[in-house]
Design a protein around this ligand. Structure first.
Ligand code: ZN
Length: 154
């Protein structure tokens, strides 16, 4: 195989991966609509080997009331982020998130970044910058590949 053939093969693989990334991220955006939270709806998918192995959206723990905000509109402290719900759903299953990609509609916060690292997730694809950059910085420090795709670009 000559060099130009190798390059064109790599290019088509990357282009195809980007197309998949955009579509999975779009699905995460649709999934966010499940959230009962009024302040902010976030969706997440965990994909491994082109298979969705988990999903999540921000909300209260199973068995609790659905409302995410208290009487004064503050988010309740026990609301789980979409990433945490997706990761803990894998923990309940027979699957493993080792080496998986996380698609999330908002850049992960610091707490979720810790979970992402410990869950063995290797890539994070997201579409909306979070007001705290410390989560992204921690992921970067752990060597996790980050890909930001603008919503307009999906
Ligand atoms: Zn979070």
């Amino acid at each position: 195989m000559n060099e130009s053939t190798t390059q064109s093969l790599n290019y088509s693989t990357d282009a195809k991966q980007l197309q998949f990334d955009k579509r999975y991220l779009k699905m995460a955006c649709v999934w966010a609509e499940n959230s009962y939270c009024r302040r902010r709806k976030v969706g997440a998918l965990i994909v491994k080997g082109r298979m969705i192995i988990s999903d999540g959206y921000n909300g209260t723990p199973a068995g609790f009331e659905n409302q995410c905000e208290d009487d004064v509109g503050q988010t309740k402290p026990y609301v789980l982020h979409a990433e945490a719900n997706a990761i803990t759903k894998v923990a309940k299953s027979n699957n493993s998130s080792e080496g998986a990609t996380l698609y999330v509609t908002s850049a992960p916060c610091l707490e979720c970044a810790k979970l992402i690292i410990q869950a063995g997730i290797r890539r994070v694809v997201y579409c909306s910058e979070y007001h705290h950059a410390d989560g992204l910085a921690l992921l970067q420090r752990a060597g996790i590949a980050l890909l930001y795709i603008e919503t307009d670009d999906m």
